[in-house]
Ligand binder design. Structure first.
Ligand code: FES
Length: 550
């Protein structure tokens, strides 16, 4: 039986590696008194102190169902998209990681459970776990259910594309409104293999989430059981002192990249995995995404490039079945340890498959022979740019540049019908520093797709794309315009050539002409001079390094 004097005089409980500094001994009585005010008992204080970092917010559906324990921030990209507010989205990833780090360090936590359910919250919590290197794990809050309209499964992607269809006169206002009303019927993160579900796949593939739990939809009863299981697991992790650095190893990162390639995942995975690798002290270069993608077939057909939603993926067998198929195909390193203490191979080897499912195939019968991610270079992207092959069949494109210095100007041109087949839309000064915050161009790509131009117009930007983007789009073009990358010197009508096989993104500007254009160029005045936006712009690295601030 626990005795008060144990807490005061005895050496620390073996799991209380950090929190004994807060709770043990006579001098800590004031801290214990304050903790008792919020419900801790002496028995509780003798146990390891586990934080539950939580990205709950009422602002959007993605994280709406996660309320418990301490809370960090979240931006719902589906709501911010196309507005100035979207510049805060990527910045929030850093704030999420920083805020969890502060609470965990400030309270000498012994372990951490992170609940998250959106694009930036998922990488943010993993970055915090890597940075703190405390025993801990992450659980994804789960996907939203898809909507139904005229017998078709809908996600928020369909609403973005309906904007373009409505502007082009392809659907009437009644149809447009019906799509808007039907697309998002429950809480949960956006329902295709967009960024949130891509990151949830990564969280299992890299071993920081228990296999089989992230894909459980947000509204399914089993999600609560999954959360309970995570509570048990974190205590095991603390007892064993099994840390993220033992889980998120170099081979685990390679598994994570393979899972993105195989599932046709979001280009944002490149940015977030580069950032996570930095936090985990794992050397990782942008070109390694291409190398793994080339040898990894696309074995799942998921929206936006494919047919099915995240809930349908889960019903088919889920992330575990995807990883099992990669393991069977020799494309997954099965001996990596996961937060269960078992290897990834042991976790997924016997993953069940729903008979007759059409979503996930074996690696020898893939939907496409390679993965979805291509890293481009060339004079327009000396440090790299990211193309998502899963969303397009185009392999070569040459056309005149249509140049815009912000997303809003490009959107206005698309909706006014000023963009024509064959154009290469260039959207610049939207990079990590220039935006700042590297907005996603889903509004523009959705409007192009809705107007049936996603396969006839190319788009490139120093900003990003949503996981819901489809079409021939290259993002993360680096160096960005704001720091004087060549993208800053492109003018209306310059010929741009995109050669996917050669991984080349080139603009034709005669050397003498380029000298002339550079002579008159000066970086524009920063859009923000105070506060978090300015702080971020001053410290953020290139997109080719993950756009990190640490
Ligand atoms: Fe949160 Fe899409 S806006 S997952």
């Amino acid at each position: 039986m626990f005795r008060q004097r144990d807490l005061i005089f005895t050496p620390m409980n073996s799991g209380k590696r950090h929190s004994h500094l807060v709770t043990d001994g006579p001098s800590r009585a004031p801290a214990r008194a304050m903790m008792k005010a919020i419900g801790f008992t002496d028995e509780d204080l003798a146990k390891p102190l586990i934080g539950i970092a939580n990205t709950w917010t009422e602002i959007g559906p993605c994280n709406h169902h996660l309320r418990a324990q301490f809370n960090t921030v979240s931006i719902s990209d589906g709501i911010s998209m196309g507005t100035e507010g979207m510049k805060t989205s990527l910045i929030s990833r850093e704030v999420i990681a920083d805020s969890i780090e502060l609470v965990a360090r400030g309270n000498s936590l012994d372990g951490l459970v992170c609940l998250s359910a959106c694009d930036k919250t998922n990488p943010g919590v993993m970055m915090a776990l890597a940075r703190l290197d405390l025993p801990g794990l992450a659980l994804y809050g789960g996907s939203i259910n898809h909507g139904q309209h005229n017998g078709k499964a809908l996600t928020v992607q369909d609403v973005f594309e309906a904007v373009g269809a409505f502007n082009a006169g392809k659907i009437d206002a009644k149809e447009f409104h019906s799509i808007e009303n039907a697309a998002c019927p429950t809480v949960g993160a956006c329902g295709g293999q967009f960024t949130a579900n891509t990151m949830a796949t990564i969280m299992e593939a890299i071993g920081i989430s228990p296999a089989g739990l992230n894909g459980i939809p947000a509204t399914a009863g089993e999600k609560n059981q999954a959360a309970f299981r995570c509570g048990e697991l974190v205590m095991d992790l603390v007892r064993k002192n099994l840390k993220p650095s033992q889980i998120m190893t170099r081979p685990a990162f390679e598994n994570a990249i393979a899972s993105v390639a195989a599932s046709g995942g979001s280009t944002n995975a490149v940015l977030h995995l580069l950032a996570l690798a930095r936090e985990a002290n794992i050397p990782l270069k942008i070109d390694e995404f291409d190398a793994i993608s080339v040898k990894t077939p696309t074995i799942a057909t998921l929206k936006p490039g494919g047919l099915y939603t995240a809930v349908e993926m889960h019903q088919a067998g889920g992330i575990s079945l995807l990883l099992r198929r990669l393991l069977e195909g020799g494309l997954l390193q099965g001996d990596c340890v996961t937060v269960t203490g078992r290897s990834l191979g042991d976790e997924v080897r016997a993953a069940p498959e729903t008979p007759g499912q059409q979503v996930i195939r074996p690696t020898d019968k893939p939907f496409k022979p390679t993965g979805g991610l291509v890293i481009m270079h060339g004079n327009l992207a000396e440090e790299g740019g990211v193309l998502k092959l899963a969303g397009t069949a185009i392999k070569h494109f040459k056309g005149p540049a249509r140049v815009f210095n912000c997303e809003e100007d490009a959107m206005a041109a698309v909706t006014a019908g000023k963009i024509k087949a064959g154009d290469v839309v260039v959207i610049r000064y939207e990079g990590p520093k220039g935006g700042p915050g590297m907005r996603e161009m889903l509004g523009v790509t959705g409007a192009l797709a809705g107007a049936d131009m996603s396969e006839t117009v190319a788009l490139l930007t120093d900003g990003r794309f949503s996981g819901a983007t489809r079409g021939f789009s290259i993002g993360h073009v680096a160096p960005e315009a704001f720091v004087g990358g060549l993208i800053a010197f492109v003018q209306e009508g310059d010929t741009i050539e995109i050669d996917v096989a050669a991984r080349q993104l080139q603009v034709e500007i005669a050397p003498a002409e380029l000298v002339k254009r550079k002579a008159g160029w000066k970086a524009p005045a920063p859009r923000y001079t105070r506060g978090v936006m300015a702080k971020y712009a001053n410290t953020v690295s290139s997109a080719s390094e993950g756009a990190v601030t640490s």
